[in-house]
Design a protein around this ligand. Structure first.
Ligand code: PBG
Length: 340
């Protein structure tokens, strides 16, 4: 077949020849909303908060502009405000005085410790908010490590787990809803679950930092808590960023040991891990949008190099799209406000 006008014959744009036009469903805001696959909600957000001793203290973390360490009185206001914005959960991290740190982190299970007092106060003032506490030695350790350090510098697994169990029990006794072991010692989920159950805390759930990587993205967090390791790094317990299959093994172990929610951390550079974990389990999956991810967006936003609010929403949406049901994020309050 030949034609005097080949362009008309062969063009894919000849009338009727283009059966699929995805742009039809992007035409108006209403249409776009109808086909939107992922929605962020304040219900998805867990707000990490730094607590310090004292009164009337609200100290900005220099590498995390807009993020503060609060003394308990002001922290309670922040928690109440977060709850009124629709945020359902907070994750607590303490700044511990250097004088209270020691080799085995004994302050971590002091019934009158900062975390324990803070949990009791929040549960009294804002009882409905879900309070999550971190279980790891680093803020309490004179070595700045998540575990007990042996003389030769190795991190002792089983001795550390014994301390983690005491820490989790004392947090449960203070009234916490969920404990979140972030230390990456082997067997700690099972040990903590067993101890909680034996002491009658069957309703305290475990949010397991299951696939936690040895990441440079934690830098600003360690500034906030003055908890950077005094020597070496965390590579003998946190995971190698090059590994993905190993994340599935860690997830499998934590689920077998009794985790209620599994977490991937960090989030942004690990979206593939979030997706694999989502496909590998029926438990809720959490992702931690960590301090370094926060700092990068804030820094570029403050320079006027990016549209900060849009980048925040796009970033958190990517985590949810990858399969995270819950996102720990320092942007929680800002996002809850934007979603209102
Ligand atoms: C400590 C802990 C860390 C974070 C949460 N819990 C730091 C680390 O492992 O060194 C990092 C959170 C963040 O960077 O926002 N076990």
């Amino acid at each position: 077949m030949s034609s005097s006008n080949p362009a008309a014959d062969y063009s894919i744009f000849a009338q009727g020849s283009l059966s699929h036009r995805p742009r039809r469903l992007r035409r108006t805001d209403a249409l776009r909303r109808m086909v939107q696959e992922t929605q962020l909600s304040a219900n998805d957000l867990i707000y990490p908060l730094f607590v310090m001793e004292g009164e009337g203290q609200k100290v900005e973390v220099s590498s995390m502009p807009g993020c503060y360490r609060f003394s308990l009185d002001l922290l309670l206001k922040e928690v109440a405000e977060a709850f009124s914005l629709g945020i359902k959960a907070i994750a607590l991290f303490p700044l511990v005085a250097e004088a209270k740190k020691d080799a085995t982190g004994t302050e971590s299970y002091n019934p009158e410790g900062l975390v324990q007092r803070t949990v009791r106060a929040i549960k009294k003032e804002v009882p409905e908010i879900v309070v999550i506490t971190d279980v790891a030695l680093d803020p309490f350790s004179s070595e700045g490590h998540d575990g007990i350090v042996a003389e030769d510098g190795t991190i002792l697994n089983d001795a550390t787990v014994e301390v983690l169990v005491k820490m989790a029990l004392s947090q449960a006794e203070a009234g916490v809803d969920m404990v979140a072991p972030s230390d990456m010692m082997d067997g700690r989920i099972g040990a903590i679950r067993k101890a909680l159950d034996a002491e009658g805390y069957t309703d305290v759930s475990i949010l397991a930092y299951s696939a936690k990587y040895a990441s440079a993205y934690y830098g600003p967090f360690r500034d906030a808590l003055e908890s950077a390791p005094k020597f070496g790094d965390k590579k003998t317990y946190q995971m190698d960023p090059a590994n993905a299959i190993e994340a599935l093994k860690e997830i499998e172990l934590d689920i077998a040991e009794g985790a209620d929610i599994v977490m991937v951390k960090p989030a942004l550079a690990y979206l593939d891990i979030i997706q694999r974990v989502r496909n590998a389990t029926n438990l809720p999956v959490a992702a931690y949008n960590v301090s370094g991810e926060y700092a990068m967006i804030k820094a570029a936003g403050m320079k006027g190099w990016i549209d900060e609010k849009k980048v925040i929403l796009e970033t958190l949406t990517s985590m949810k799209r990858a399969g995270a049901n819950l996102i720990l994020t320092y942007f929680a309050k800002e996002v809850a406000l934007m979603l209102k």
